[in-house]
Design a protein around this ligand. Structure first.
Ligand SMILES: Nc1nc2c(c(=O)[nH]1)N[C@H]1C(S)=C(S)[C@@H](COP(=O)(O)OP(=O)(O)OC[C@H]3O[C@@H](n4cnc5c(=O)[nH]c(N)nc54)[C@H](O)[C@@H]3O)O[C@H]1N2
Ligand SMILES: Nc1nc2c(c(=O)[nH]1)N[C@H]1C(S)=C(S)[C@@H](COP(=O)(O)OP(=O)(O)OC[C@H]3O[C@@H](n4cnc5c(=O)[nH]c(N)nc54)[C@H](O)[C@@H]3O)O[C@H]1N2
Ligand code: SF4
Ligand SMILES: [Mo]
Length: 684
């Protein structure tokens, strides 16, 4: 690709879901400046520190530039052809000796997700392994399950048009700054703001109500709010009558959750539960932002179901300002899941059959155990694409042991990560600026938009896009008939067919095409997409799978209430993984400007709690859980509940997942309790 001396290119930053508009200044094909695009309607010129560091990321000296093979402790450069040959041969050998399911392909949360996931699933289906897995095992799918089981879709909160916003277990100021900004703008227009979080987040500081909930007790809190709303008859009686099943049983269930009793359990004062419930119950429309924190405990799906039911009985489903039903673009399904899906169960299907029905993939949190025990069958090889399980999976010790046990591990990444260090082969990936992508903005509100993002820069040295790797590997394996595409645009054209447009047409629309306008109350046409066509407060499907059909609350497996015996020795509650604006999970610790801003991990602890252990601010302490221990510096802050500590994940020097558990999972989703464990701290 050639460029004139100075050129400006408009595109979107895809380092996080906010996707801010950016303008790149290119000089002789090299980016010399990145600025926020003030004409972008979503971001209006905003760039977070990560966006401002794009050049550092792109031109990082330690970026992988060519495939490498590990020989003992050193890496040897190899050609792509050799890499593909070795991988194809190994996969075939393993398939012959142990069957196809002995190969696992895990895809992480990196930018690979949107268009590459179905391509990797296609590869798995052609190869014959049911063991495709993804970061969906720790992210998003438990929320999808809770909402879909209740009313058949996963809603988008209509923040811009609402009168009341509940931010529940989410901190968009760090995780999606554009969303945080929209929340504050909506508040300025008069919307009430309720934040439910054990930490005093920036939004909590500005909220009308901040419910500082004990981690893991959100389900009980939701039932208590329902108790107030039902006993005060604040709910939408007409909607409940016409569109729900099981309301009478809910009335019985929530009677056991009066704020006076639940205050003790959740640590939220009873008057605050009551007042917040009253505000939420009397202001319409209202929407709830359901955060990732809700998924990381052993009662995840049921808690999310209780919250879903709350927004349903208030009549807030699919109304302007409520919980919108938006669709993704109807692209052709390229996974071959219907035609060629393996008959063998993926890992985790027996333990979490409902997750398997929803996700049709392996439950990644069970992979390390399966690799180590060879149950339900031997697993011998793994390809990891855009993930760093050595830092992001629960129970790092077990995860690393399992990765080490594999006969063959391939990692495709931008850098030598903690996971790549364990690989036999590493493959150099490209950044979002060095590849062509289609982005679906269907989940961003009332307009469903699909955009095309052209490749801005050539691939760095011998790095390849994930698309190229999977397509070339497929060809090397002899699967050309299933991977007939010569370039990514061919694949896109195939996917775009149901929309009746081509890549060429999409390219001509810099702000994308709108493929669906929002209509409200979709359920009035053909009912809810649940077995009964109604909102299932009582779910026969849950019952069929052996779960409680009502959104019952169960204490976390490790908590001062469920295990007072353990709490004597481990008196603190650990929640991990609060997002840091500068980093995405384990990424960017090697980017100097970001590292300078947040140079080291910290354990957040309330000064009162710290005092009890004689711990000073900045002092290095040992944190111990039942699963492991790490050393980390303490950060004393009034912004966290007394008795709770928080450690963000993704740091190799103080890896929070050494403390987390892979065994006590939410039975419905298989999600791990990353936000609700017991721990203790002591001076180093
Ligand atoms: N900068 C940055 N942005 C990101 C990411 C990143 O790593 N970095 N990751 C992306 C991904 S994959 C995801 S899933 C999202 C997640 O983003 P969000 O959904 O916003 O979730 P988190 O930031 O993980 O956690 C939000 C809040 O939950 C609180 N919390 C902890 N435990 C509990 C609990 O038991 N109950 C309640 N109610 N609150 C609790 C924490 O104090 C924290 O403030 O962010 C995305 N955006
Ligand atoms: N304790 C604790 N653990 C957690 C969480 C928590 O809250 N607490 N959150 C969980 C959640 S919600 C999630 S989503 C997971 C995320 O888990 P992972 O997906 O494992 O997280 P990342 O560290 O973002 O790993 C992504 C890797 O992909 C690489 N990469 C970036 N772009 C590309 C690309 O285009 N192609 C390829 N091949 N590679 C690329 C990056 O360099 C990085 O190494 O972590 C989970 N782990
Ligand atoms: S918030 Fe930051 S990382 Fe996310 S899209 Fe915007 S500039 Fe990029
Ligand atoms: Mo996530």
């Amino acid at each position: 690709m050639r460029f004139s001396t100075i050129e400006k290119v408009n595109t979107a930053c895809r380092l996080c879901f906010a996707r801010c508009g950016i303008i790149l200044h290119l000089e002789n094909g090299k980016i010399v400046k990145v600025e926020g695009d003030s004409d972008d309607s979503k971001s209006q010129g905003y760039l977070c520190p990560k966006g401002r560091a794009i050049m550092e990321l792109l031109y990082a000296p330690d970026r992988l530039k060519y495939p490498m093979r590990r020989e003992g402790n050193t890496w040897k450069r190899i050609s792509w052809d050799e890499a593909l040959k070795v991988i194809a041969q190994k996969l075939k050998e393993i398939k012959e000796k142990y069957r196809a399911e002995a190969v696992v392909i895990h895809m992480g949360q990196a930018g690979v997700a949107q268009d590459i996931r179905p391509l990797i699933q296609r590869f798995c289906n052609v190869f014959g392994t049911p063991n495709f897995s993804s970061s969906g095992s720790q992210c998003h799918l438990a929320r999808v399950m809770g909402n879909v089981l209740t009313y058949g879709y996963f809603p988008v909160p209509d923040i811009n048009n609402t009168k009341c916003i509940v931010v529940w277990g989410s901190n968009p100021t760090s995780s999606n700054p554009l969303m945080a900004r929209r929340i504050l703008e909506s508040q300025k227009r008069g919307a009430k703001l309720i934040v439910i979080d054990p930490r005093l987040t920036p939004l909590a500081k500005k909220a009308d109500f901040h419910l500082m909930v004990r981690p893991g007790t959100d389900g009980a809190l939701a039932l208590s709010i329902l108790n107030v709303i039902i006993s005060e008859r604040l709910y939408d009686e007409e909607f409940v009558e016409e569109w729900t099943i099981g309301f009478d049983k809910l009335v019985e269930l929530v009677a056991k959750y009066p704020p006076t009793r639940i205050a003790e359990m959740t640590w939220v004062p009873a008057n605050i539960i009551k007042e917040a419930a009253f505000v939420y119950g009397t202001i319409k429309p209202a929407c709830i932002i359901q955060g990732n924190a809700l998924e990381h405990n052993t009662t995840a799906v049921q808690s999310i179901r209780a919250i879903s039911i709350l927004q349903a009985i208030m009549g807030n489903l699919d109304v302007p300002g409520g919980a919108l039903w938006t669709r993704f673009a109807p692209l052709s399904d390229i996974t071959l899941g219907k035609e060629r899906c393996s008959k063998v169960d993926p890992v985790g299907a027996v333990e979490h059959p409902l997750f398997n029905e929803f996700a049709k993939q392996a439950q990644a949190n069970l992979l390390p155990e399966a690799i180590l025990t060879e149950k339900p069958y031997p697993i011998k090889a793994m390809i990891v694409s855009g993930a760093n399980p050595a830092l992001t999976f629960p129970n790092t010790q077990k995860t690393k042991e399992a990765l080490n046990k594999l006969d063959f591990l391939v990692v495709m990444d931008l850098f030598i990560t903690e996971t790549a260090k364990l690989a036999h082969i590493v493959l150099p990936a490209v950044t979002f600026l060095e590849r062509t992508e289609i982005c679906d903005y269907g989940r961003f509100g009332t307009v469903s938009r699909l955009t095309f993002h052209n490749k801005v820069l050539p691939e760095l040295e011998e790095s390849w896009s994930d698309w190229k790797f999977w397509t070339e590997l497929a060809k090397k394996m002899g699967y050309r008939e299933f991977f007939p595409w010569n370039n990514i645009e061919d694949t896109f054209n195939f996917q775009l067919k149901p929309l009746g447009i081509s890549v060429e047409q999409l390219k001509k629309e810099p702000s994308g095409i709108i493929y669906g306008n929002k209509e409200y109350r979709n359920y009035e046409k053909d009912g809810f997409k649940t077995p009964s066509g109604k909102v299932e407060i009582y779910s026969e499907k849950m019952k069929k799978y052996g779960f409680d059909p009502l959104p019952v609350y169960k204490e976390s497996d490790e908590s001062p209430v469920s295990r007072p015996d353990l709490a004597e020795k481990y008196p603190l509650i650990l929640t991990s993984g609060a997002r840091i604006l500068e980093y995405v999970h384990s990424r960017f610790r090697n980017v100097p400007s970001l590292h300078q801003r947040v140079p080291e991990p910290r354990m957040e602890i309330h000064p009162e709690t710290a005092k009890g252990f004689g711990i000073r601010d900045g002092e290095e302490v040992t944190v111990e859980s039942l699963h492991g221990s790490i050393k980390v510096k303490a950060k004393l802050t009034e912004s966290i509940l007394h008795g709770v500590v928080q450690i963000s994940h993704g740091w190799s020097e103080a890896n929070a997942n050494i403390l987390t558990d892979d065994e006590a999972r939410d039975p419905i989703s298989g999600f791990p309790p990353l936000r609700s464990l017991l721990c203790r701290v002591r001076k180093k």
